[in-house]
Design a protein around this ligand. Structure first.
Ligand code: PMP
Length: 291
């Protein structure tokens, strides 16, 4: 991924893609003092850019550091990077980490580095392909107790259980894995939130020990606008048998129906289809980027 043409925004300036490097003794690498965002631009405009920049700041504060650029500066830098790379439908990856000045658990005086990379990433599936649904495994790892880990931050360190779980799921022939929380309740996937349909209403787990996705909040809004009841509640795995539809959502997944979770089967239906369409209209109706 490092041998490409293009530009990466690095601590305030655009640098050639291949030159955006860091030292092996970076604190972020050894101690996971690192937070990031995952966003998408549609037609040149980053969807919900401000919300993502705000979450970026919040994640850093939870990890006890400050992003040295304001929310507005990060927003502007993202758009500058999208434009510099000549892209319009792409993924946007801001990342911030403690640098290499101090190599110990304590690193109060290290520099906070910030980079923003963007790459081509069109929405991959059309509605009909999406409606076939993906298959989810059940992860062995659980989302940690919020008193055990900074669960609400989009922190690099929390992704080690996601990578292990996603690899295991793929080896076993699944697209992704559903993760339970520390008490065994349904939580989310390795990089997306999860929703279920029961009697025309949407049910989704309360986001208090996993990432409250910006797509999750968008889907809740879109459903409410349709007059669909949305119930955020504790969901136990045994209840999966009582749901008719299931879908996951996130910046990358957008809205993706699920046909299987472990032994449970779902038939992607009308509400999933409606929300795929609503979401795609929502991302397309953003204002064009300022010239
Ligand atoms: N949960 C996890 C673990 C994620 O990595 C993501 C993707 N960032 C999400 C949920 C969905 O978040 P969003 O809708 O903000 O992309």
């Amino acid at each position: 991924f490092d041998q490409r043409d293009g530009f990466i925004w690095y601590n305030g300036a655009l640098v050639p893609w291949r030159e955006a490097k860091l030292h092996v003794l970076s604190h972020g690498l050894h101690y996971a003092s690192c937070v990031f965002e995952g966003e998408r631009a549609y037609g040149g405009t980053v969807f919900k850019s401000r919300e993502h920049s705000e979450r970026f700041h919040t994640s850093a504060r939870i990890l006890d550091f400050e992003i040295p650029y304001s929310v507005e500066e990060i927003d502007a830098a993202k758009h500058e990077t999208v434009k510099a790379n000549g892209l319009s439908n792409c993924y946007v990856r801001p990342v911030a980490w403690r640098g290499s000045e101090m190599m110990a658990v304590a690193a109060q005086n290290s520099t906070i580095n910030v980079a923003i990379a963007v790459w081509d990433w069109p929405s991959m599936f059309d509605v009909e392909t999406k409606m076939k649904g993906i298959k989810l495994d059940i992860a062995e790892y659980r989302r940690p107790d919020p008193l055990t880990a900074p669960s609400m931050a989009k922190a690099a360190g929390l992704y080690m259980i996601c990578t292990i779980s996603k690899h295991r799921a793929e080896r076993r022939g699944f697209a992704d894995a559903l993760m339970y929380d520390w008490l065994g309740r349904v939580a989310e996937c390795t990089g997306a939130n999860v929703f279920f349909v029961q009697d025309g209403a949407l049910h989704t787990p309360i986001a208090d020990c996993f990432l409250d996705g910006i797509t999750r909040r968008t889907v809740i809004d879109l459903a409410k606008r349709r007059g669909v009841e949305v119930i955020e509640r504790r969901i136990m795995p045994e209840e999966l048998a009582s749901f008719s539809e299931c879908f996951i959502c996130g910046t990358g997944a957008e809205v993706t129906p699920v046909s299987e979770v472990g032994v449970y089967r779902f038939t992607p239906g009308e509400l999933s289809r409606a929300l795929i369409e609503d979401y795609s209209r929502e991302v397309e109706k953003q204002p064009s980027p300022a010239a």
